[in-house]
Design a protein around this ligand. Sequence first.
Ligand code: HGY
Ligand code: MN
Ligand code: MN
Length: 431
Amino acid sequence: MPASLLVAGHDRIAGAARRVMARCDELARVSATSGAIERVYLSTEHARVNRLAAEWMREIGMTTRQDAAGNQLGRIGPPDAPALLLGSHLDTVPDAGRYDGIVGVLMALEVVRLLRPPGAEGSASDPALPFALEVIAFSDEEGTRFGKALLGSSAVAGTWDADWWALTDADGTTLGEAFREFGLDPGRIGEAARHPDELVGYLEAHIEQGPELDRRGESLAVVSSIASARRFQLVVEGEARHAGGTPYDLRRDALLGASEAALAVERICRAEHHIIGTVGQLEAYPGAVNIIPGEARLSLDLRGEFDGERDRVWGAISRDVDEIMGRRGLRWHAREIHSAPAVFCAPLLQDVVREGILSTLPSGADDPAVIFSRAGHDGMAIGAVTDVGMLFLRNPDGISHHPDEAVAAGDVARGIQALAEAVLHRAAEPV
Ligand code: HGY
Ligand code: MN
Ligand code: MN
């Protein structure tokens, strides 16, 4: 097969990358907080970026719709054909960077633009592919507002759980109430689900959110699998008492127990391979400077390359926490708020992503890196309904979920070319 199937000059691809970078800046300005980026599920910011994405989808001849879970979709190609799904998410964490998720949605739009016949701007002429192309902007990959991640993609995968309607945000608004306030009908959530026969697969470009490509000095990588995730809230109960009058032998300090537990998570996970545990939230109650904390609440984000390994480590952490709390006269319990299995990228989609990356390299170049994604992605949900493939872009210094998150326009250009080539290589295979 020829090294490059894509008929698009360097200038067109560079122009596409410039448009992606400019639109990342434009979307970064749609935020709930001034001076920082925050865009959560079913918010006015979510509605605004969906409208912008829909406008950009129509600009390249796509028909558009917002599905029953608030995901924004665009489609081009034969109306009854199965679709290759391209995209990522437009929601963010608090105080986010401007590329996590966003760059993948915008790159997908540029791939559609490149694959349409030259001069087709604005017309509905389709890319000459044996399948339709759909671009999806998932509405809640992060789970920032309700704690449960992958809500938008779970609806598309048909794995929505009715218990989720009772999830509440920091203001006590339930997910069901937020749906109705956004103009969605919880009773129609099932309409977002896609049937496997409708889909050829799902391809997502995303920044690596880690330092490996930067350390290798390479632009792009194939993703082998996406780490499985479990998220918990741990509650530690001790006894609130006077900070001055209570001698140490009478104290049952919940915050100190929680702090030892957080250190135990780090110690146990560091000793493992491809297991990552993080305590991102830790709160002490009642939270006065002169009261020994009678209660502490901490989060645990636990990930692993394999579900079984991850679960074994959760068992080890639980036993260690039992010992800590027993020694300190404390009680504890855990509530699981999110769980998603590891997803192994389909070999065929790994192959087409590899071919796509090779098309951006000098002929005879070595195969690109293959990286296990420690970050979670919508593919973890979509893997329940179709094949998943991912392309990673270099993320300078690996910093992400932080305003300093960055990506180079040159890497975005190479990523757009690789993704477009991957689509063409997929089109050359049986649908
Ligand atoms: O948490 C994650 O790994 C992803 O960024 N949601
Ligand atoms: Mn993220
Ligand atoms: Mn992401």
